[in-house]
Write a protein that binds this ligand. Structure first.
Ligand code: BGC
Length: 855
């Protein structure tokens, strides 16, 4: 500290580029490297970087309700972070699934603050245990929507803030293994942006909860120079600094080296240095290159790691309906038979949601192919056959390796060639050429290094590739871009997106709406495709209001779709395929195009003609009970046909092991043990949002959290005129359990709860013991206070489970304190809130209260 100059201190308090803090070579201080999070550890490139383990999505992790699996996952993520030379993992996301339309719900642990907090504790323990990687829970706090996320002002009562939104962070920060870092959210809470919200950072986080670690802003979420520093925000991210750097130096000078400011500055510098020291960065060592844990390169993705990802993806799968016992499929009787795979997610499936949680996976396991392969490893040879059934994309598909190639290059690595020009009209010499493996060409982190400077120069690029159509027809191309773009097929202009005005949702919602154009093409003929992209204005500003770090570079997403049959013809083909098959798996749902950072869903319906597909199969197929419906999504979708189908499975997004895990469950090699981490409404209009834009997504830049603490199951418990499709905590198994509360031992600040779980069915299985507490006077105030997952219990066997529950976890926030009113309470165990099987014991509870700093 003493050897640092003022300039160096200030430099340490902001990033130097998108992922690093600045090194100070003179003093041997190395750069701290951060990396997203939370579906794996991606490394520095958003799309095309070195491959990484794509772990099951966070909401799927939460659906396991397994503390031990989440801890093991944390350890795996620590190993992954090291392969990307990252010291800081930007995860977990522990905001609340307030509304099923929230774009980032897939990234969170669901709707319940206790479940989120408990899982986060295990996750962070696993990530940080070896001392090599820091975890960064985010986004602190109340980032429940993407609409206007940079500035939206969430107006929340103190009670709702404490009991719901701050709560998971409190459980984590006050645990025995607090995180080393925390990331503030973009939004405002009660009028103040989080980066400078001294009430929340200084008073609550640091004051009441005693957080000693580093507080960083979300990317581009530092909104002030002095206020953020005084509030206790240590690090502006990313760099180069927008609000600090020169501006902070000037402000310090102007304040005449105000002692209060100097003290805040020093405190923040100490916290950055402490983190650097913990990661061996005091004493300069050059950063290692990024690697993948690919089997060819290094053998870090061990069979144990692959098994863990597969087990988590399978344990998170929730069996929601199985009224004809169609599942598990009788694997042996499928030998030599045909299984149909129908639906938009049946072939490729969706491994995860979009945005900064995107990964470049080491490999993918896909629903249909994995089903065949998993059956085969058990000696069962099945024939699989696919038809789409319904088209459900938001944007046209990206280029596929089977049809696209850059002439003369290995197609699997090089789907497109990009030539860059240091002009905004493609004039002048080629500055650099890159080959890329995706037609989602995001330049913000991977344009030539000469362009990764501040300010970004006005530049342009030409993308070339060739396509060989698999059939003749009128095929469609699409472009959406930050900056201008045009697409040519064999030299003919097909799309001119040069002066777009309608914004879309690509590139974190900074890109244009998708522009499309069609052209007639012949099968097996090769066509040259050229796309040009450029800075819209010579001063290097690419969109109308693009001052944001994500809009500083031109980027383009190119789509291609071959002519499809009509929706009716696709459905007819699906019904015919189901009829000629011995079993049918319909994989429907959402994808990373529908659920992503940057935007929310517009409604809760399945997109495209998916409902019509299911309805047709349910009504017209000859053997409707041989059909299994599987949904992939990070949030509930409306299932208006649920009474017409006998089987329904919620598979979330399972990462690179999604296909294998699904096959394990469908074939019965894994008995599903997932439970919903969010209540599943029957319809969106049952929630308090549809008729009230002030509550969602807000009017102007204000959103009112009017439902107060009544989020998820708490809403349904307080509004008995609406019932959910399935309650929070619900999930079936191939076996049955009897879960009985045996006794509760009360001490001053805890309840020791003994529960017997008997496997009363025919399959080995795991049960989740869920403990809820409610005052007898107000049973609608039921809240989860304890969770434990049993081991695999054999049929006829019993497992005795003991849980230690802190009474403070049942307290409510009243006038600045945590309070339990004296009186008679019920403590019950059950499968899901609202399920009839609660085994209940009455408790005579003495009133008690705790100060805000007591946890
Ligand atoms: C996201 C963060 C992420 C950061 C860096 C932001 O837009 O909100 O979750 O960690 O970008 O990619």
């Amino acid at each position: 500290m003493q050897r640092l100059t003022m300039e160096e201190k200030v430099a340490l308090l902001a990033g130097t580029d998108i992922w690093h803090t600045p090194p100070i070579a003179r003093l041997g201080i190395g750069a701290i490297k951060t990396s997203d999070g939370p579906s794996g550890v991606r490394g520095k490139f958003a799309v095309d970087g070195p491959k990484a383990a794509f772990v099951p999505g966070p909401v799927c992790q939460a659906a396991t309700w397994s503390l031990s699996q989440i801890y093991s996952l944390g350890r795996l993520l620590c190993k992954e972070a090291k392969t990307k030379s990252a010291h800081v993992l930007l995860a977990p996301t522990i905001c609340c699934a307030r509304n099923p339309l929230g774009g980032r719900n897939f990234e969170c642990f669901g709707e319940d603050p206790f479940l989120s907090g408990r899982l986060a504790v295990e996750y962070v323990k696993g990530v940080q245990e070896s001392g090599e990687v820091a975890a960064t829970p985010k986004h602190f706090v109340a980032n429940e929507q993407e609409h206007l996320r940079f500035n939206i002002n969430a107006v929340i009562s103190d009670k709702a803030l404490r009991e719901i939104y701050l709560r998971p962070f409190e459980v984590l920060i006050c645990s025995a293994s607090p995180p080393d870092c925390i990331m503030t959210s973009y939004n405002c809470v009660n009028g103040e942006h989080l980066d400078m919200n001294s009430r929340i950072i200084r008073d609550i986080l640091r004051g009441e909860w005693g957080f000693k670690g580093l507080v960083m802003s979300d990317w581009g979420g530092t909104n002030s120079t002095l206020e953020s520093l005084l509030a206790g925000l240590d690090l502006e991210m990313p760099g180069p600094p927008e609000r600090r750097g020169r501006k902070l130096l000037d402000a310090i000078e102007q304040s005449n080296y105000d002692p209060k400011l100097m003290a805040a500055l020093d405190e923040s510098v100490v916290r950055v240095l402490r983190l650097a020291r913990k990661h061996g960065l005091l004493g300069l060592s050059p950063e290692d290159a990024e690697k993948t844990r690919d089997s060819q390169e290094i053998s870090c993705t061990t069979p144990e790691d692959i098994k863990l990802m597969r087990d988590i993806a399978a344990s998170g799968i929730v069996l929601l309906k199985n009224s004809q016992q169609t599942l598990p499929l009788k694997a042996r009787s499928l030998a030599g038979k045909q299984v149909a795979f129908i639906g938009p997610n049946a072939l490729d499936g969706t491994p995860g949601g979009g945005g900064s949680a995107t990964m470049n996976p080491q490999y993918l396991s896909r629903p249909m192919e994995s089903f065949r392969a998993v059956a085969m490893t058990h000696g069962i040879d099945v024939t699989v056959k696919h038809t789409l059934g319904a088209y459900a994309r938001k944007w046209l598909p990206l280029f596929s390796e089977s049809q696209w190639a850059v002439n003369g290059h290995n197609p699997s690595q090089n789907l497109v060639r990009v030539d860059y020009y240091l002009s905004n009209d493609l004039s002048g010499p080629t500055k650099e050429t890159q080959f890329r493996g995706s037609s989602n060409v995001d330049m913000s982190d991977s344009s030539p290094l000469d362009f990764q400077v501040d300010p970004v120069p006005a530049y342009s690029f030409r993308i070339t590739s060739t396509v060989t159509p698999s059939k003749s027809g009128r095929h469609t191309f699409s472009l959406s871009s930050v900056g201008g773009s045009r697409l040519y097929v064999d030299g003919k202009l097909i799309i001119d997106n040069g002066s777009w005005t309608e914004p879309g949702e690509t590139f974190y919602a900074f890109g244009s709406a998708e522009a499309t154009g069609t052209t007639k093409m012949e099968t097996h003929q090769k066509y040259n495709i050229t796309v040009e992209g450029w800075a819209t204005r010579p001063d290097g500003i690419y969109t109308a209001d693009a001052n944001h770090v994500f809009a500083a570079h031109p980027s383009v997403r190119i789509g291609y779709l071959e002519e499809l049959p009509t929706p009716e013809a696709m459905i007819d083909e699906a019904v015919a395929l189901a009829d000629e098959s011995d079993a049918t798996i319909v994989v429907i749902g959402l994808s990373d195009e529908w659920e992503s950072e940057g935007y929310d869903r517009k409604d809760m319906a399945l997109p495209g003609a998916q409902n019509q597909l299911v309805e047709a199969l349910a009504k017209r197929a000859k053997r409707p009970h041989s059909i299994v419906y599987v949904n992939q999504s990070g949030s509930p979708v409306e299932v208006p046909w649920i009474h017409d189908v006998s089987t329904f499975v919620q598979a979330w997004y399972g990462g690179q092991e999604a296909g294998n895990a699904l096959a394990d469950v469908l074939l019965g090699y894994t008995n599903p043990s997932g439970r919903l981490p969010c209540t599943w409404p029957q319809k969106y209009s049952d929630l308090p949002f549809e008729a009230d834009p002030e509550s969602w997504p807000g009017v102007g830049e204000t959103v009112l959290y009017k439902e107060e603490t009544q989020v998820g199951y708490r809403w349904f418990n307080h509004n008995p005129d609406v019932t959910p499709q399935w309650w929070f905590g619900f999930g079936l198994s191939y076996t049955s359990f009897s879960t009985t509360l045996i006794r509760v031992r009360e001490s001053e600040d805890s309840w020791t709860v003994h529960v017997d779980v008997d496997n009363t069915g025919a399959y080995p299985g795991q049960q989740i013991v869920q403990v809820y507490v409610w005052p007898n006077q107000t049973p609608q105030d039921k809240a989860l206070v304890g969770i434990e997952k049993t081991s695999l219990i054999q049929p006829g066997n019993r497992e005795c489970v003991t849980l230690n529950i802190r009474t403070r976890d049942a307290a409510r926030w009243v006038s600045g304190r945590w309070v339990i009113d004296g009186g008679i309470y019920s403590l019950g165990v059950g499968t899901g809130v609202g399920e009839a099987s609660d085994s209940v014991i009455s408790l005579d509870v003495k009133g008690h209260s705790w100060g805000p700093e007591e946890y």
